[in-house]
Design a protein around this ligand. Structure first.
Ligand code: DGL
Length: 295
């Protein structure tokens, strides 16, 4: 049988996916999945009670991730759980898989496609400090970029900037210029023509990165690849789409503590909110009206 690889195949995918990130970064992945597989019911989940991940210790995250994944899957009951977060995936994908009974799709920094696209064999890797220091990331570089130059830079401030933009704020371009400047000023940075956005928050500010770069470079991310991999899992399962509730964003803090986030979720197609206690059952639900109030 032909492998499901083209857009026509992905259109036939059905079932229920739960996309997960520490915050808003996975929304771009959820969008990509909805666009290639419109019949799939996509829910979103964010570990808002523990955000951000990028500056947490490996030990803290290893403890947190299987527990939060189990609580979210228990609440959402998806056919597939999608870790749309490089920081989590590069550290604890195996631990999360071991804890869950549903298939788990992880996120791999797009180093291989970036090398394929680079004319100068010099790429930048822009990620959280956590992803930058992971042995998993170094293994990818050793496997796919052995003969290339990879300039790494971890920026937690860019995660905060992306969250701000997702909430409707407009941070100055100078802040984006500063966040990516170390890539361009590093040794070999003058030859860099491609930058891997190895944090799912960063595609949300691609336009700001392009506008503030000292010269044009290509920005590559793994959003579409994660969406395709998720669609493949669902095609293989052939489950009908049975979920009849509205697209939901599951969060791990109280809905009351989310500030402007509910409107962001609503704008990305997740009008219903549900808070989930990690390790315990869901505690309450709310729906965002067009005015942003809960009902
Ligand atoms: N979006 C996450 C990633 O892909 C990390 C953001 C954070 O929580 O620091 O790495």
């Amino acid at each position: 049988m032909r492998a499901p690889t083209d857009r026509d195949d992905f259109q036939n995918a059905s079932g229920h996916a739960l996309v997960f990130d520490s915050g808003v970064g996975g929304l771009t992945v959820a969008q990509a999945l909805k666009s290639i597989s419109p019949a799939v019911h996509v829910d979103y989940s964010a570990d808002t009670g523990y955000f951000p991940y990028g500056d947490k210790s490996d030990e803290e995250l290893r403890r947190r991730l299987p527990a939060v994944a189990a609580a979210l899957v228990e609440a959402g009951k998806p056919d597939v759980f999608v870790i749309a977060c490089n920081t989590a995936s590069t550290l604890a994908l195996d631990e999360v898989r071991a804890r869950l009974t549903v298939p788990v799709v992880g996120t791999v920094p797009a180093i291989k496609p970036a090398i394929a696209e680079s004319d100068t064999n010099t790429v930048g890797l822009l990620a959280t400090p956590g992803t930058i220091r992971r042995p998993y990331t170094q293994d990818l570089i050793d496997e796919f970029a052995r003969d290339a130059t990879v300039i790494k830079h971890g920026s937690q401030s860019l995660v905060a900037l992306a969250e701000a933009v997702a909430r409707g704020e407009s941070p100055p371009l100078k802040a984006f210029a500063e966040a990516q400047a170390p890539l361009f000023s590093a040794n070999g940075g003058d030859r860099m023509d491609t930058v891997v956005l190895a944090c799912t928050h960063f595609p949300l500010v691609r336009a700001q990165l392009e506008a503030s770069a000292p010269r044009p470079v290509r920005y590559v991310d793994s959003g579409d690849a994660i969406a395709r991999q998720t669609a493949r899992h669902l095609l293989a399962k052939r489950r009908p789409t049975l979920v009849d509730r509205r697209a939901t964003a599951f969060v791990t803090s109280s809905v009351d503590e989310l500030g402007g986030l509910p409107l962001t979720f609503k704008r990305f197609g997740f009008p219903h909110l549900q808070d989930v206690s990690v390790g315990v059952e869901a505690t309450s639900t709310a729906t965002v009206s067009s005015a942003g109030a809960r009902r």
